[in-house]
Design a protein around this ligand. Structure first.
Ligand code: UD1
Length: 364
């Protein structure tokens, strides 16, 4: 079957999400054209993921990053539109909720190219988050909505979106299974950081709502400083967070914290699996903590991954210093007996199958 799919990615978590789907598309002989918007561009935010995950060199790299949301999205729109006109794909495949997702969705919709959205139906119900705006728009104009969970399907239903909706499970679960099985021996992260399994906290923070707000960022950093007097705290630093720590002169909070550059995917998974507790505002890490049965303390007021909280594996603490400290030193406990609500590790194959079936239907 000749079918062409244009995939649009640009930010770190999208490289992870796209990798297992791309493999399944290839297995089925479907043609995939990869556009990297360039939103993430540092070697350890982008290239290292392509190398580690075996993602082929993108066919197009737009090198668009930085600027305001409108400016970045506008430049992406123009660049993506031009490529879509040249390539004339049958589908545009988008992932998650970043500005690259939004630009891809808008460009495709205006050219009447059907859109398939992976990680559809997530909601934080916080419209101040750029990600919430991006995902609502992307879901509304997609013809296929690939949801990671039943709650995501329900969220779409509440907004009147029921056509083309499929609960396939979470592609990040597929990736975590694939890359943890055979690749962990490749990671020397524990040795390099001189860590013993089950003794340290792994922390990340990059959400605009936490980094750009001086008070929230100070609360988080001073909590990490305090936690570091009880156990080692490993803190891979996102460029956005580094920028604001410099702007606000907060580096003194980090003198007892082990700060690293952003880590490769496999090193990150390995550090997650061996952590005593994960402290994060990342969506992906909340789930990876859950997959690896490591307790998670989420430094946000709400989460899209509500299942992890309902099952007692994750606790939402906001950014109150005392709360972050208390829950990190006494992390949530759960029996972990629950079945996996994020599918069975076959989400990517199901997505590829559904896309193929859609082409067969059109040909019939
Ligand atoms: C973006 C996504 C977010 C996702 C996150 C993963 C949006 C609105 N947000 O947030 O949903 O969870 O990626 O990391 O799309 N920068 C560098 N080097 C890089 C990448 C970024 O220096 O390789 C700088 C940028 O120039 C910018 C800042 O970091 O100043 C933030 O980057 P940006 O892409 O705007 O958003 P993220 O915070 O990474």
């Amino acid at each position: 079957m000749s079918m062409k799919i244009v995939t649009i990615i640009g930010a770190r978590p999208q490289f992870v999400k796209a990798t297992t789907v791309s493999r399944e598309l290839k297995k089925r002989g479907l043609t995939e054209i990869l556009i990297h918007t360039g939103q993430h561009f540092d070697k350890n935010m982008s290239q290292i993921f392509f190398e580690d995950l075996g993602i082929p060199e993108p066919h197009y790299n737009l090198h668009i990053s930085g600027g305001s949301h409108a400016d970045m999205t506008a430049r992406m729109l123009t660049g993506i539109e031009e490529i879509l006109i040249t390539e004339q794909p049958d589908w545009v495949l988008i992932y998650g909720d970043t500005n690259s997702t939004l630009a891809g969705a808008l460009a495709a919709a205006k050219l009447h190219i059907p859109i398939a959205h992976v990680e559809s139906g997530l909601r934080s119900y916080n419209m101040r988050m750029p990600e919430e705006v991006n995902r609502i728009v992307a879901d509304r104009i997609s013809s296929l909505c690939f949801c990671p969970s039943e709650i995501a399907v329900q969220n779409l239903k509440n907004e009147g979106i029921t056509k083309g909706v499929h609960n396939v499970g979470d592609v990040m679960y597929d990736a975590a299974l694939l890359f943890s099985n055979d690749q962990f021996e490749k990671s020397s992260a524990l040795t390099q950081l001189n860590l013993k399994s089950g003794t340290y906290a792994l922390a990340t923070c990059h959400r605009a709502e936490n980094t750009d707000d001086k008070q929230r960022l100070e609360n988080i950093l001073s909590a990490l400083d305090e936690i570091a007097s009880h156990m080692k705290v490993i803190f891979p630093l996102h460029p956005r967070t580094r920028k604001y720590i410099d702007t606000y002169n907060f580096s003194h909070y980090l003198k007892n914290v082990v700060v690293t550059e952003p880590l490769s995917y496999v090193d990150m998974l390995w550090l997650e699996k061996n952590a005593k507790v994960i402290i994060t505002d990342s969506g992906g890490m909340q789930k990876e903590a859950f997959f690896f049965k490591v307790p998670c303390v989420t430094i946000r007021d709400e989460t899209e991954w509500v299942e992890t909280v309902e099952m007692g594996a994750n606790v939402l603490v906001g950014t109150l210093k005392e709360k972050i400290i208390k829950h990190s030193l006494h992390p949530p406990t759960t029996s972990w007996s629950c079945h996996n609500v994020y599918g069975n590790g076959q989400a990517s194959g199901q997505i590829a199958d559904i896309l193929m079936r859609s082409a067969e239907k059109c040909a019939a």
